[in-house]
Structures are given as structure tokens and as C-alpha cells.
Design a binder for this molecule. Structure first.
Ligand code: TRP
Ligand code: ZN
Length: 867
């Protein structure tokens, strides 16, 4: 008996240290596509040039076979397969290699390579999808000039798009066919190739660049969706202008196209001159999109546009450098959104995302540095660490040198590396040289994983305040011992009597322990530390509730104000969870929080967007992350208990707030958006405290709604309550929005994410709903990701939630491994969950790795989560 058959696949691990320059370059490539949904034939003609000693040209492939191979125009048999790769022996310095492949877009459920979505054809090549289309050195340091010929049915594919400029369009070959040629003058790696063919219509506009060039802009969607593209178009034009003003970056083609597709693994893709977007990040109108959706569209449109310089003009040498383009581009889109709306609220939201998604990653089995050292499947490294922590790391550089010197650094970076495939080290060096700063020790942020923990204590004696800071970085997989990092901390010391401070300072913690003395304080000041969230660290400050209440009311840094209130709540809930609180202490703690909330609800100086932000309690995941071993059931109970208390004790104020906000008519202004935000936040608290009252109010908000924000907010609250109104409004919503997939996604996800005690049963039933499908990632995420991050579903004590996600992973893996692998992380948290649940979670992971034929994607995540 062959025992190895029963074992999981032996993983191939790719190491950053093993990087070798490509043996052959491909200065030019011509692709010819004969398009069909069932079958597409591709001829790839590669001009190759030797770049070293090897005569062997390695062309990567994945699930494709060569129908013909030609070298210098002659058919040849002088090639062989090595696994999925095709190897050709070439004697000379340069040759032309031409290969024919046939692929089936309709059979491509992975959505990598060329696939069909609603009858249209489109591509997704990052990171390694191009090799599913044709054989090629599919690595980001091989840059080529692309010419693309496309031909296909005029009927099925009236629109033919690719990167760059359209240089030719014509009839034929044959009846009912047409063709087009596209040429992209900018050398690019294969992951930026894109092609789209389908029945599409465009919202067209123009933008004139800073040097006076006119660029034609097109957002391509299905007939009927044009009216929902205006917000995306405005975001695109705003992004183009902002990048010129803020980073000196001008667009470099005559054309910029965006296509929206409904089947897409991620948010969007920055293909040169032809961005491809998930429809959810393009389509919006008041009837179907929430204010958050509008923000998401603005941010993602900007993100992909900004990649034109941070990603495309300067790309990555290898995939270990992913944060070079993603971290930097996330920072750029964050700064853009800060400038377009409320900077304070945007910063708080970005920190909330970091804490909800990245901190748990950094403290779990999948922790990795922003520049990883090894991987099995690169798709698994499109993570909150590479993206969001990567952005925080570059933001810290900016904080250390200030915006002007930072700009000098990025100018140098763009100038020095334009046209290259660069490394993270190249970026740091350019900031060092351009901004004039030594980032020697700072580079540890690229190599060390784990969220640094900073402890802080403020002493006061003889008119001097002394701040004692210490840092430690917890061990992460493969990294036991850590060195002290460079941690920039913006601080202010408040005079408690006047409520003011003498100006903010930047201090830098770069040793294990340090003291900073601040003379001139007759009274003990109140410490405001880590203002603006100046470093991606967890701060443990010895600070009294009284000081937190003071900061929550007086801090002039909006993030610090938010943070003080969050800290007050976190401390209280952790004490509740500890079980050691006396009734009197419980009452006092709740009372202090209620008083702070009452101040927030009633503070006339606050704008509603910020008020709404302050009314959001720390998330269950973030609370769990504060504990070595968490009991998710207890966390839910404690948090909902506090919400109920706030809802009851602040009922009158919340009702008045809801009433006032309900009078504000629909608009996209900050005022009107703020009004909608506080309305739903008020409902959420009331729902916990006075459910009957809240149900009626939510139903009224639902019925009166003339926009999706109000309608969805009300329905979300109703979905968590045991009231006949729940079913009634859910049914009304479904009927109203039948046939609009993005809205049906909301319908699934608000039920899966609800606080209803039977939410797990609801999810199970929804899996059998006629509108549910496993082949659309948006729909799968709408139901199951919402469930996996809802502790009331995922962590039910019986383990049924784990089983459900485990079954999902096993069923989805053969269809779409990239999406399946994303569901491993919640199960991978088992070491930080109480033992009964932990054992059930672990058993589910074991069942997953035992599945025969598991994808690399899922195997890597599941095996690392067990290991
Ligand atoms: N580069 C894309 C972005 O951040 C990410 C992306 C889109 C992606 N589609 C993908 C990554 C598919 C991996 C696989 O904007
Ligand atoms: Zn990106």
C-alpha cells in the first residue's frame, strides 16, 4: 500500500532569499485571442532575450497545454514539460517563441486567468493568473510591451477592450465577427495584462492633466447600470487631480477604462489603463447603496488609479515585495479620502479596520511581516498585514519627517525607479535619501511580525512629569526573539484645570525602555498618547478612569478622544469578563460610560459623523484580542449588556437624537450623512435596551426611508430582534430589490451578521435559498463571511458554526480555492479561544487538511493554523 497517497501534498515553499534574476527577458509580446465563452484560442508570440547563461527558457503554465510551439517561425518539438511549466531550449541570444493554447472561460470557476461572467469575458492575472491563459515567465520582474489582437462575435462581444490604446478596429474574419488591436506602450509585467469582451455600455468623460493632455475616461457596465456610475466617475477625476497635486503624479495614456464585473475574487484590479472592478465598488445610487458603499467606491477607485504610479510605473521585483505597491497605495488612498471628507472620521475608521482585521492576524498562526520571507501560495498574502499595516509603516515614515520631506522622498523614489521592478528596500532607501533621515533601525518594521505592545506610566514630582515607556514584541511563527523597533508617538500633556495643553510633541521610542522628562508642570498633567494613532502598536497606559473621561470630553485630537472612550469601555468590559466586579463597581463603571455617552449624544460642538463614530462600541473581535484566552459567549453577553444599559439609561436622549436626525433630508453632504449615521447608531443602542420601542422605530425608519442607508440600517436592527416586524420587513426588502445582486448581498449579510439568537439557523436556511450560489464570491462572502465574523453564529457552543464553515471550505475549495482559503483564519484563532470550543475548531481544521485534492491555497492556511 502506498501510504503517501493518504498524505496531504508536500508543500513547495518559496523563499525570498532565493530570488534570482530572470534567465530570459521578454521585451515584446503579441497576443492573439480568438474569443469564445466555451473555448478561446490564444497565440502568444514572445520576443525573448537571454539575460544570463541558461539556454533553457522556462515558461510558467497552470492547467493549460500547448497545441503548438514555434521557434523563430518554425514548428519545433524541442520543448518539454516540467510539471505545469513549459521548457524550451534556445541556442541563441534572442528568439521569437510562439505558443498556441486553448482555454475554456466558462469552466473557469476560480476566476483567475480568462473567465466568463454574465456572458462577458474578462481576465484577472494578479498574482499568477496569466499562466492560466498562456505559457509565460509569469513573474513581476519580466516587463514587456504588449500588443493584443482580439477577434470574436459582434453579437456576443460588441465591446473589445485591452490595455493601452486601441490602434485598429475592423470587421471579420468571417460573418458576424469583428476584431480590434490594442497596444500598450508602457512595459509591464504579465500580472497587469487585461482583456475584456462583452456587451457593455460606457459612462464617458474626460480629464485634462496638469500638462494639458486630454484623457478619455470610460466606466463600462451592463446596459441599465450607467446611471449608477456617476459617483465612481467623480472619484476617478478627483483621484487624478489629487495625485497631481499631492504626489506630482500625472496620468500617462490617452485612455483610462474601468470595467465592472459581478464575479470577482477581490475588490478591484489595477491593470494598466484597464482597471477591472467588482461591481460593488462601482455601482451606486441612493436607492441601492449606503453611505459606506459610497465611501468604499471612492476609496477603491482612488486606490486602483493610484497604482498607476505605485505599482505599474514602478512595480515589484518579486511577490515578497507586495507591500511596496499595496502598503504605499493604501496609504495614498487613505490620505486621499481624508482630504475628500472628514479626516478625523476616516482615520478612526482606518484604525478600526486595522484592529479588527490586522491585529488578530498579527497575534495568530498566520502572522507574517509586511514583507514575508516565504510563502506556498502568494494569493494568501494579500492580507491586512501587507496592505493595512504596510500603509501604517509608511505613514510612520511620513510622521517622522513631516509631509514636505516625505514628498521629497517619494519624488526621489518615483524618479529613481520609474520603469523598474523594485524592492521594499529601494523604497526605504529613497525615503532615507530624499527626506534626509536614517531609517536603519526602522527597517525592522519590514522584517518583524507581531504587534508591538507599549506600556506607559506617567509620574509627577517637583514640577516634572516623567513618562516611562517600554516596548515588547510578542513571538510570532518562526520569530521568537525580537529587537526593539522605532515607534513614533505623538503626545500631549493636558492641564486638567484648563483642559488645554502646551502643544503636541513627537517622541520616538526606539529602545526597550525609555524615560522622557517634561518640566514645568505644577499639577500632574493628563497624558494623551499615540495621538492620531501614530504607530500600529497596542498601548497599555496606566491611566485612571477619571483621566479617560477627561480625555473623552476634552482631547482636541479626534482620534485620541475616540480612543479614550474606547479604552474606558474596554477596561470596563474586561473587568466584567473577569467576574471580579462588585455590584457597586459594576454600577460605577457603567455609570461613567453612560455619562460619557450622554455627553457625546448631547455635545452640540460635535458633527454627527464624528458623533456616530464615538457611539460605536469596541468590536467583539477586538475585545477577544485583549484576552489571552477568550470566551466569545461571555464577550457577547457583556457587550450586549452594556449596550442594553446605555439604551435604557439614555433612551430619551437617543430618541431625541433619532428624531432630530430623521428630519434631515437625503443628501450626500457631511451633515446629511452624519444624520443617517447617528440615526442607526441610536437604533442599535435602543434595540439592546428597549427592544419593543426600537422595533417600532426601526420599522418606521424602514418605511420612511428614501435611501439605502436608512433602509439597511433599520433592517439590520430589526434582523436582530424577535418581532413579527422582522420577517415582514425582510420580505419587503427582498421583494423591492429582487434582481439587484448587490442589494440581495446585503439582504443575506445582514441576516448572517445579526444579533438574533437563532442567527445560525437563519444562515443554514439561507444557504438553501434560491438566490444563494457558491459560484459568486460576493454572494458567498455575503452569507458566510458575515457568519464567520459573527460570534453569535460562528462560536455557538455546540460547534455547529465551525462545522458549517468547515463544510463551506471543503465544498468551495474545488470551485474557488482563493475564496475558500479566506475562511480559514476564523478557525485558526482556536488557540486563543476557551478549551471546549478550541477543540471543536481544531477538529474542523483537521477535517479540512484531510480532504483529498485540497488546493495549495487552503492547505497552506489550514496546515499553518494547526502547526
Ligand atoms: N492588486 C489588487 C489591489 O489591491 C488586488 C487584487 C485584485 C488581487 N484581484 C486580485 C490579488 C486577485 C490577488 C488575486 O488593488
Ligand atoms: Zn492594491
Amino acid at each position: 500500500m502506498n501510504l503517501s497517497l493518504a498524505l496531504p501534498p508536500a508543500p513547495t515553499v518559496i523563499h525570498r532569499a532565493d530570488y534570482q534574476p530572470p534567465a530570459w527577458l521578454v521585451p515584446e509580446v503579441t497576443l492573439t485571442f480568438n474569443l469564445g465563452v466555451e473555448q478561446t484560442r490564444v497565440v502568444a508570440a514572445l520576443k525573448v532575450r537571454r539575460n544570463g547563461q541558461s539556454q533553457t527558457l522556462r515558461l510558467n503554465g497552470d492547467g493549460i497545454a500547448a497545441e503548438a510551439v514555434l521557434v523563430d517561425g518554425q514548428p519545433t518539438n524541442d520543448w518539454r514539460m516540467d510539471g505545469a511549466d513549459l521548457l524550451v531550449e534556445l541556442p541563441g541570444e534572442s528568439h521569437e517563441v510562439s505558443i498556441t493554447t486553448a482555454i475554456s472561460p466558462v469552466a473557469n470557476t476560480q476566476l483567475m486567468g480568462l473567465y466568463a461572467s454574465n456572458g462577458m469575458l474578462c481576465t484577472q492575472c494578479e498574482a499568477e493568473g496569466f499562466r492560466r491563459i498562456t505559457f509565460f515567465p509569469d513573474r513581476p520582474d519580466v516587463l514587456s510591451v504588449y500588443t493584443v489582437h482580439m477577434q470574436g462575435s459582434k453579437d456576443l462581444f460588441p465591446v473589445l477592450l485591452s490595455n493601452g490604446n486601441c490602434t485598429q478596429q475592423g470587421e471579420g474574419p468571417g460573418a458576424g465577427m469583428h476584431n480590434a488591436t490594442w497596444h500598450d506602450p508602457w512595459p509591464k509585467p504579465s500580472y497587469l495584462f487585461a482583456l475584456v469582451a462583452g456587451d457593455l455600455v460606457a459612462n464617458q468623460d474626460t480629464f485634462t492633466t496638469m500638462s494639458g493632455r486630454k484623457v478619455d475616461l470610460g466606466i463600462w457596465v451592463r446596459e441599465g447600470d450607467q446611471d449608477r456610475t456617476h459617483h465612481a466617475m467623480q472619484a476617478l477625476k478627483d483621484s487624478m487631480k489629487w495625485d497631481e497635486e499631492t504626489f506630482g503624479r500625472e496620468y500617462d495614456l490617452d485612455l483610462f477604462n474601468i470595467v465592472a464585473v459581478s464575479d470577482f475574487n477581490m475588490g478591484a484590479m489595477e491593470n494598466k489603463g484597464l482597471n477591472v472592478f467588482n461591481t460593488r465598488y462601482i455601482l451606486a445610487d441612493a436607492e441601492t447603496a449606503t453611505d459606506l458603499d459610497y465611501d468604499g467606491i471612492e476609496g477603491v477607485v482612488a486606490h486602483e488609479y493610484f497604482h498607476n504610479w505605485s505599482g505599474n510605473r514602478i512595480t515589484c521585483r518579486d511577490w515578497f515585495q507586495l507591500s511596496l505597491k499595496e502598503g504605499f497605495t493604501v496609504l495614498r488612498d487613505q490620505l486621499f479620502s481624508q482630504d475628500m471628507g472628514s479626516a478625523a472620521v476616516k482615520r478612526i475608521e482606518d484604525v478600526r479596520v486595522l484592529r479588527a482585521a490586522q491585529f488578530p492576524e498579527d497575534s495568530g498562526p498566520l502572522a507574517h511581516p509586511i514583507r514575508p520571507d516565504s510563502y506556498q501560495e502568494i494569493s494568501n498574502f494579500y492580507t491586512a498585514t501587507v496592505y493595512n499595516k504596510g500603509a501604517e509603516v509608511i505613514r510612520m515614515m511620513r510622521t517622522l519627517v513631516g509631509p514636505e520631506r516625505f514628498r521629497a522622498g517619494t519624488d526621489l523614489y518615483f524618479d529613481r525607479h520609474d520603469g523598474e521592478a523594485a524592492t521594499c528596500e529601494d523604497f526605504v532607501k529613497a525615503i532615507e535619501d530624499g527626506a534626509g533621515i536614517d531609517l536603519g533601525q526602522f527597517r525592522l518594521w519590514y522584517s518583524q511580525a507581531g504587534t508591538p505592545r507599549v506600556t506607559a506610566r506617567l509620574d509627577h514630582a517637583d514640577g516634572v512629569a516623567t513618562l516611562t515607556l517600554a516596548q515588547s514584541i510578542p513571538p510570532t511563527p518562526g520569530q521568537g526573539e525580537k529587537q526593539p523597533m522605532v515607534i513614533p508617538l505623538r503626545i500631549a500633556l493636558f492641564d486638567p484645570a484648563s483642559g488645554t495643553h502646551q502643544g503636541e510633541q513627537l517622541i520616538v521610542l526606539d529602545r526597550a525602555e525609555m524615560q522622557f522628562a517634561f518640566p514645568g508642570f505644577a499639577r500632574r498633567p493628563v497624558l494623551s498618547l499615540g495621538r492620531g494613532f501614530s504607530a500600529p502598536v497596542a498601548i497599555d497606559a496606566e491611566i485612571s478612569d477619571e483621566d479617560l473621561v477627561f480625555l473623552a470630553a476634552h482631547d482636541d485630537d479626534p482620534f485620541a478622544r475616540y480612543e479614550a472612550l474606547q479604552q474606558l469601555i474596554v477596561k470596563h468590559l474586561l473587568a466584567v469578563l473577569d467576574g471580579a466586579l462588585t455590584d457597586a463597581a459594576l454600577e460605577a463603571g457603567r455609570g461613567a460610560i453612560a455619562a460619557a455617552f450622554a455627553a457625546v449624544v448631547g455635545d452640540r460642538a460635535l458633527d454627527d459623523l464624528m458623533r456616530g463614530e464615538l457611539m460605536i462600541l469596541p468590536g467583539e473581535g477586538y475585545l477577544a484580542d485583549q484576552l489571552l484566552v477568550a470566551d466569545p459567549g461571555a464577550i457577547r453577553k457583556a457587550r450586549e449588556g452594556l449596550k442594553a444599559y446605555l439604551g435604557r439609561s439614555l433612551e430619551a436622549g437617543l430618541l431625541a437624537l433619532h428624531d432630530r436626525a430623521s428630519a434631515v433630508p437625503y443628501a450626500l453632504s457631511a451633515e446629511a450623512r452624519g444624520a443617517r449615521k447617528v440615526k442607526t447608531q441610536a437604533l442599535a443602542l435602543l434595540a439592546a435596551g428597549v427592544p419593543q420601542r426600537a422595533a417600532d422605530l426601526a420599522a418606521a425608519q424602514f418605511d420612511a426611508a428614501d435611501n439605502m442607508t436608512d433602509r439597511q440600517g433599520a433592517l439590520m436592527v430589526l434582523a436582530g430582534l424577535e418581532t413579527p416586524l422582522r420577517q415582514e420587513k425582510l420580505a419587503a426588502f427582498l421583494a423591492r430589490h429582487a434582481g439587484d445582486p448587490l442589494v440581495i448581498d446585503k439582504w443575506f449579510s445582514l441576516q448572517a451578521g445579526s444579533l438574533h439568537p437563532q442567527a445560525l439557523d437563519h444562515v443554514k436556511a439561507l444557504a438553501g435559498h434560491p438566490d444563494f450560489t457558491m459560484t459568486n464570491p460576493n454572494r458567498v462572502r455575503a452569507l458566510y463571511m458575515a457568519a464567520a465574523v459573527n460570534p453569535g453564529v460562528f462560536h455557538v457552543a455546540s460547534g455547529e458554526g465551525y462545522r458549517m464553515i468547515g463544510e463551506l471550505v471543503r465544498a468551495l475549495d474545488p470551485i474557488n480555492p482563493q475564496t475558500a482559503a479566506r475562511f480559514i483564519a476564523p478557525l485558526g484563532r482556536w488557540r486563543r479561544i476557551e478549551p471546549l470550543r478550541a477543540a471543536l475548531m481544531k477538529a474542523e481544521l483537521e477535517r479540512i487538511v484531510a480532504q483529498p485534492g485540497l488546493s495549495k491555497d487552503t492547505f497552506e492556511q489550514a496546515s499553518k493554523s494547526l502547526g
